[in-house]
Design a protein around this ligand. Structure first.
Ligand code: SF4
Length: 318
């Protein structure tokens, strides 16, 4: 056998030997407003893809509609820019058909908590193994400043100029209240080390990982998070070896509360508003059945499928 032939036989497939770099995940220049928190979140996601060495052809980003939903355009992975509120059922279908893919969903607060609320609740219950990022800026930004389900009470917008008249919904409490809640965390775009560590924990969790990212929108809702950005004393980190551990923040954020993410009752208590912006993993439970695994069907030949179909149709013969 010639040397050339030997080297061909021993060559590993490209995806096995290739080392992915950050530039392999970068795509078009992001067109979000200057200072928008989405830029920092995109950077953290690209860092995660590189650190986990996720092959771009095995990675899928699904989004709905809104500023956050431009995410798939800015990554050189597969992507699906879906319709408003429907990112989760699209992603669940993908995961069901291709459980081998790394699936990420990116939604805004209007997208997830309003028009997509039913899908959100059932995705938690179905528990597919994917990461769902909810970028919460408390406003409909893409359509130019309308009240969203998470807008703070009293915040003026184009739809409620005298101020939002309802208290905001709490996406963390809602998620923790749904059957099969599996991984629930909160982080902020202005704390890159915490953001990255939370994304990594979410990705490594087996099940549906819901991450609410407090996201600054300097265009419309500067007031929501700026006070916490300027005053780290308003932030409290939940700390535990099974949560996210970020030593880089020790010098900046002094407020810490020990919290075991296995404790659902305590997670629900900590999620209630009490004036603190609480970051970290509220809850983690890998014992719930994962949707695509419960629905997995064995591989069958075409003739086996035809025989099964015939038998099924025979059940309705009269
Ligand atoms: Fe970001 Fe707000 Fe601009 Fe949208 S409107 S791109 S959320 S700063």
């Amino acid at each position: 056998m010639s040397d050339a032939c030997c080297s061909l036989l021993s060559a590993a497939p490209e995806s096995e030997e290739r080392e992915w770099t950050l530039s392999d995940y970068e795509s078009a220049l992001a067109r979000w407003c200057p200072g928008c928190g989405d830029h920092a979140i995109l950077t953290a996601v690209q860092r995660l893809l590189e650190a986990e060495q996720l092959p771009p052809e095995q990675t899928m980003f699904v989004s709905g509609i809104g500023c956050a939903s431009r995410f798939p355009h800015y990554l050189s992975t597969y992507g699906f820019h879906g319709i408003h509120g429907r990112a989760l059922p699209i992603a669940t279908g993908m995961k069901l058909r291709r459980p081998d893919l790394n699936v990420f969903v990116v939604m805004g607060d209007g997208d997830c908590c309003s028009i997509g609320a039913a899908h959100w609740i059932h995705a938690i219950r179905y528990n597919p193994d994917m990461v769902a990022l909810m970028l919460d800026n408390g406003v409909y930004g893409l359509t130019k400043n309308q009240t969203s389900p998470t807008s703070p009470k009293g915040m003026p917008s184009n739809t409620q100029p005298r101020g939002a008249f309802l208290p905001p919904m709490n996406p963390i409490s809602t998620t923790l209240g749904v059957t099969n809640a599996s991984f629930v965390a909160q982080t902020g775009d202005w704390l890159p080390a915490h953001l990255y560590a939370t994304l990594q924990a979410a990705f490594r969790h087996h099940g549906f990982s819901f991450v609410r990212i407090l996201q600054r929108c300097p265009q419309y809702t500067t007031a929501i998070y700026d006070v916490a950005v300027r005053d780290p004393n308003l932030v409290e980190l939940m700390v535990h070896p099974d949560g996210v551990v970020v030593p880089e923040l020790d010098r900046i954020i002094k407020n810490k509360v020990p919290h075991d993410p296995a404790d659902l009752d305590e997670a629900r208590r900590l999620a209630e508003p009490d004036g603190k912006i609480r970051l970290g993993v509220f809850y983690r439970n890998e014992t719930h059945p994962v949707y695509e695994e419960t629905r997995a069907v064995p591989a069958r030949s075409a003739s086996e499928k035809l025989a099964l179909l015939g038998a099924e149709l025979d059940r309705y013969a009269v």
